[in-house]
Design a protein around this ligand. Structure first.
Ligand code: ADP
Ligand code: MG
Length: 607
């Protein structure tokens, strides 16, 4: 009954272990070279012959060194049967293809062998009818069994093939998906790569541009550096030239003023007041240099009236209609000299009401057309100092404003309404120091506005005094001084000077018989100081060794500003009314004496 066992059972059993099954199963395997034994000899001779394939297979399985084609054949013969578990377990379950192949082509050595498993299995079991012929004709049951076995085998093979097919399909699908994924991945990577390449190209072109820019910049900066060097050099040369030019200008300016005379006298005639038509006492000759006082006097021989003319010549005569600006334009050269390092002193001389204060300070409002010489001079000095700063000049200014009444000094910059009695003494702190007044306010100023504020304060102080003591202002000298210190550190040059603007006391002569007490004292004091001023001028002009500076507070205070080292300007103010004729005549006589004085050559206080 062993031989008649179901082929299914045979297949399910491990063929190597059971010999009889092996025998019958292997007997149906396609081994065309093996000859079948005859039925009669089957039992005896078949014993050894039938064992051969089984042995061979065992050998094949055990002998790894067997030639590959031999192994291939054996493997092919087992395809479709039970897969070999050791091969499956030996292989890592990474690639599903291999796994399936292992199941179908157990021990299959290569892919080539795995590719055709179906053909390999179907080939040997083709219904050749060989088996039927081997059974005796009567063994129908056996034949039937063989047929059934064949059918089952085919069915099994078909199932296996289907499974295999399905698995292969799945595998193919997976592989397809994987391939698609890989393709996608590949195309994504390709895109990325292209993007990187483009980026790379852009970066390299940017790098090239930057390199070009850099080299251009370098060339440009080198060029600019050279230009800056050249400019700095030419700038230094220009500054040198400018400085030289400035020094030359100062020298020329000084020469010009020397030619004009270091003491100059200007005559200014006030207009008639209140528009009242009065008879004028003067006429002004052409060229604005000569003024002629005219008076009709009774002739001493009879009742005939004689016309008397008194001509005076000055550096300039300003007729009544002249504006403050026109007057200032004539003195602005002197103001410039103060900045250049020359002491400048300007006086206003004349009887009370002739326009001295108007000329020096202007009316109460210190702005506009009617601004006097002091605010205009201050304005010019600050503007010029600002321009000279560009040439390296730095200026410091100090202002003081005082009044001399009856040979007593009063500080006009003390804001206190009831000032303490202070002891003001004119002194030179050291032989080289300038003359100063002890306890007097010397206020540092840095702008025009500050100085104008001080002038206003001084005006208020003077007008307060006017109400207390019957118009002291007309009988006192007021002295505004601006000390100018200039320094050009780069050139190591400095200059110091004082600009003094003096509004003198009224020069009118009061009849001695009419004067008593304080009034007489006042008159004597004024006369003395004005006379002394005249004497100082003539002493300077005649180059006397002795100059009577100390004879009055005014000349003592101004001694540094009068003399060889200074430029002096005298305004003689004239009232036009006929009643003022005598006073005008006196003033003009005094002024022309001053005008005759030629003071020695001025030198700038430069170090
Ligand atoms: P002083 O100071 O010599 O006593 P003021 O300067 O006080 O004289 O002048 C007397 C008056 O004459 C003032 O009212 C002044 O405004 C006026 N005055 C003087 N000079 C002129 C002038 N050039 N133009 C217009 N008014 C003037
Ligand atoms: Mg006055």
């Amino acid at each position: 009954m062993d031989e008649e066992r179901s082929p299914l059972r045979q297949l399910n059993e491990k063929p190597v272990c059971k010999e009889p099954a092996e025998k019958s199963a292997l007997s149906r395997l396609p081994v065309p070279t093996v000859k079948r034994p005859l039925p009669g000899k089957e039992q005896s001779a078949g014993q050894s012959n039938l064992r051969q394939p089984a042995n061979k297979r065992l050998l094949d399985q055990s002998d790894d060194k067997a030639p590959p084609n031999k192994r291939k054949m054996v493997s092919a013969s087992v395809v479709g049967f039970k897969p070999r578990p050791p091969v499956m377990s030996q292989r890592p379950a990474v690639n599903p293809v291999h796994k399936t192949s292992a199941a179908t082509v157990a021990g299959g050595p290569s892919r080539a062998a795995m590719k055709k498993p179906v053909a390999a299995t179907l080939k040997p079991v083709a219904p050749s009818g060989g088996t039927t012929s081997r059974r005796p004709g009567w063994d129908l049951k056996g034949k039937m069994g063989d047929m059934q076995m064949k059918v089952s085998s085919y069915q099994e093979q078909v199932r296996n093939t289907k499974t295999q097919n399905r698995e292969l399909k799945e595998e193919a699908e997976r592989a397809q998906r994987e391939l698609e994924n890989l393709r996608e991945e590949h195309s994504a990577l390709l895109n990325k790569m292209r993007a990187y390449e483009m980026e790379n190209q852009e970066l390299s072109s940017l790098k090239r541009t930057l390199e070009m820019d850099l080299s251009r910049e370098r060339a440009l900066s080198a060029q600019r550096l050279q230009e800056v060097r050249e400019l700095t050099q030419s700038n230094a040369e220009q500054t040198d030239k400018l400085h030289q030019g400035e020094m030359e200008r100062r020298a020329l300016h000084n020469t010009l003023l020397e030619l004009k005379g270091n003491i100059r006298v200007f005559c200014r005639v006030r207009p008639l007041l209140d528009g009242v038509q009065q008879q004028s006492s003067f006429e002004i000759q052409p060229q604005d240099k000569t003024i002629v006082l005219v008076k009709t006097e009774e002739s001493h021989i009879g009742k005939e009236k004689e016309l008397h003319k008194y001509p005076f010549k000055f550096d300039h005569v300003f007729p009544p209609q002249c504006s403050q600006q026109q007057v200032f334009s004539e003195i602005s050269l002197l103001v410039q000299s103060a900045l250049d390092g020359y002491n400048v002193c300007s006086f206003a001389y004349g009887q009370t009401g002739s326009g001295k204060t108007y000329t020096m300070e202007g009316p109460d409002v210190l702005a506009g057309e009617e601004m006097g010489m002091i605010p205009r001079a201050v304005q010019q000095i600050f503007q010029a100092a600002c321009r000279l700063r560009e040439q390296g000049w730095e200026y410091q200014f100090t202002a003081s404003f005082l009044e001399i009444y009856n040979e007593t000094i009063r500080d006009l910059l003390v804001s206190n309404k009831t000032p303490k009695k202070m002891d003001y003494e004119i002194k030179r702190a050291s032989p080289t120091a300038d003359i100063r007044v002890t306890n007097l306010k010397y206020i540092p100023v840095s702008s025009e506005e500050e100085v104008l504020g001080l002038i206003k304060l001084a005006k208020q102080n003077r007008s307060t005094a006017r109400t207390q003591i019957n118009d002291v202002s007309s009988r006192s000298h007021s002295v505004f001084q601006l000390r100018i210190e200039g320094k050009n550190s780069a050139r190591d040059v400095s200059c110091n000077s004082i600009l003094s603007l003096v509004d003198l006391a009224g020069s009118e002569r009061v009849q001695k018989s009419q004067s008593t007490g304080d009034r007489l004292k006042e008159m004597k004091s004024i006369n003395a100081s004005l006379t002394n001023l005249g004497l100082v001028f003539s002493a300077l002009a005649s180059k006397d060794g002795f100059v009577p500076y100390r004879n009055s507070k005014l000349t003592y205070l101004l001694q540094d500003c009068l003399g060889g080292n200074s430029k002096t300007l005298m305004f003689v103010n004239i009232s036009p009314e006929i009643e003022s004729f005598n006073e005008s005549l006196n003033s003009l006589r005094f002024a022309s004496k001053v005008n005759e004085c030629v003071i020695g050559t001025a030198t700038a206080n430069r170090k």
